[in-house]
Design a protein around this ligand. Structure first.
Ligand SMILES: *Cc1c(COP(=O)(O)O)cnc(C)c1O
Length: 386
């Protein structure tokens, strides 16, 4: 085991030695100085031919975008670096396999209003922006995110708010995108305030990778603003323990200090986190950051993702290697977001070996088997009446 996988490290200023701390810690500076072109990338590192070709082609698919903070986490001497695989385009992204789709989770078909996905009975997904601080190469919404693809992105806020007012069965709104934390404090607050004016909305949550890509954005002012809209939860997205730097740990800590419960959604990615050792370090390090692992996603069948796909059997093996072996709080629910719009389906190792109307045979994490009686009406203990 990499001894240092769970160590919190700061990489600042790394490749930007001349930038002073005030600038470095200013999220606007980080955004303005994102790496978005091949020339910028090649000035900082040597690309493999695969990456170079991928970067040239990324302009018409999903844009290249990496914050200086996140770029510093890349091991530039290692072509197989797990951080690198997440954000640097590769030629394989242009190879389309038969099962892959532009909209693998069928979101477009479940949009009663542009930007609002209503799939489940009591909760909705509201896509508030199409921009992110950095772009994940395996983005499930690459068809609309970053502005590079062909599909136009559009959210109609007024129509979405009216829909929510009329649909009293909705009690949970998940803000996502793109990354909602890229909106200004004022803009985000106006959305939260409007949602809070709808009485039947009990629960708000934000999905964001900003604490990892752009931890500087998690300012005390932002945290104080968010705190006014409780109950507000946040799901972040960390795939590899190295993403949990000193800066990210502190940003997550600020959110937690303001009463925001934090969950993590990881994506199972080949060469990034498809081994037990890395995943165990990740989930344990998340708990150290007060983040509860929530979901582990099987990678959606997005176009050009086969080089990052992991067999489901491997995902099950990883979950099996966690359950019982580490804190229950550290174990995410492994899910497949069913192709075509079926929603998230839990995938679990099988701990039930046998079950009938009388008993279950179960096994524990060590493989030992146990019998448990099923409770049945007819088999209630006899009182001696006959
Ligand atoms: C993931 C998702 C949600 C939220 O699902 P939870 O299991 O409640 O976290 C809601 N709507 C859509 C369309 C989703 O994809």
């Amino acid at each position: 085991m990499h001894k240092n996988l769970k160590a919190f490290v700061s990489h600042a200023p790394g490749c930007w030695p001349d930038v002073d701390a005030t600038q470095w810690n200013d999220w606007r500076w980080q955004l303005k100085n994102r790496i978005t072109t091949l020339a910028q990338l090649e000035a900082l590192m040597e690309l493999t031919p695969q990456e170079r070709a991928g970067t040239i082609l990324s302009g018409s698919k999903l844009a290249l975008g990496i914050t200086p903070h996140f770029f510093n986490l890349i091991d530039r001497n290692d072509p197989r670096c797990p951080i690198r695989r997440q954000v640097i385009p590769r030629l394989e992204e242009t190879r389309i396999s038969p099962a892959e789709m532009a909209d693998p989770c069928g979101e477009d078909a479940d949009m009663p209003v542009p930007g609002l996905v209503h799939r489940y009975p009591d909760r909705v997904l509201l896509l508030v922006t199409d921009r992110c601080a950095s772009y994940c190469r395996y983005c499930t919404r690459s068809r609309v995110v970053s502005g590079a693809g062909e599909q136009e992105w559009h959210v109609d806020f007024e129509q979405a708010f009216r829909y929510l007012e009329e649909h009293t069965e909705v009690r949970d709104v998940l803000l996502s995108g793109g990354d909602p934390l890229l909106l200004s404090d004022d803009r985000l607050e106006s959305i939260l305030k409007r949602l809070r004016s709808i009485e039947h909305l009990e629960f708000l949550r934000i999905g964001s990778r900003v604490p990892l890509f752009l931890p500087q954005r998690v300012t005390p002012e932002l945290c104080r603003m968010l705190q006014r809209y409780h109950p507000l939860w946040m799901s972040v997205h960390v795939n590899h323990p190295r993403e949990l730097t000193v800066e990210s740990r502190d940003a997550l800590g600020r959110l937690a200090d303001h009463g925001i419960p934090l969950g993590n959604q990881s994506v199972l990615l080949a060469g990034v986190n498809d081994d037990l050792e890395t995943m165990k370090a990740l989930v344990q390090k998340l708990l150290m950051c007060r983040v509860r692992p929530y979901y582990l996603y099987q990678l959606d069948l997005i176009l050009g993702s086969s080089h990052l796909q992991v067999p489901v059997s491997k995902g099950i093996e990883i979950i099996e290697g966690l359950r019982g072996h580490t804190s229950g709080y550290a174990i995410p629910q492994y899910v497949i977001d069913a192709p075509g719009g079926g929603g998230k389906v839990p995938i679990n190792p099988d701990y039930q070996i046998y079950r009938d109307s009388e008993k279950l045979i179960i096994r524990n994490y060590e493989g030992r088997t146990f019998e448990y009686p099923e409770k049945t009406g007819e088999r209630a203990p006899c009182c001696g009446c006959h």
